[in-house]
Ligand binder design. Sequence first.
Ligand code: SF4
Ligand code: SF4
Length: 182
Amino acid sequence: MKNNENFNEFIAYAIKILQPYDGICPTGCCACEQHESIILIPGEEIFHCYSKEAVNSFRTDKNGIIYQEGADGFCPFYQDQDGHCANYNSRPIDCRMFPLFPIFEVEERGFRIARAGVYCPIHDDIKDSFLRDVTEICSLLNMLMDNNWKSRYNELNKIHTSDIGAQFVTSLIGTKESLYTS
Ligand code: SF4
Ligand code: SF4
């Protein structure tokens, strides 16, 4: 793992780049809350000042990676009554990229970008600029994160690629080859 300063710098940068896309989801949509897993960037819980109670609601693996599996139920920040995120302004980077997400080619040190399945109402209405910016963030993630984190990420997103029809979005970025290598 790289030092915390690098991660904090990355988190701040990713928030800045992805902030213009706040609000791309239709009001009240929370369809992904039933499918989505979440993984934190190292130190993200401190960066966002998540409460100890919230952090304890997530799992922490032996490598210190904090995450939640879709099967664990709803995210601790999900507000059941109205389907809103109680922590929207401090939500994890992982949430900010959705319905796009990376699939890491761990051995090859590359990644592809995929999008959520048809359950997401905007899955086929992804703006080029959003895809470009998410791709940039994933490229930085690919350089910063170690293999344990990337493997955990892939594992958590397996449901998207196997069960609910996620698709690679190669055509949207206008290239034949979707594998980016660092
Ligand atoms: S942090 Fe918010 S946006 Fe992310 S999964 Fe939880 S409720 Fe949803
Ligand atoms: S990412 Fe898709 S499913 Fe999730 S809240 Fe946004 S529109 Fe709904």
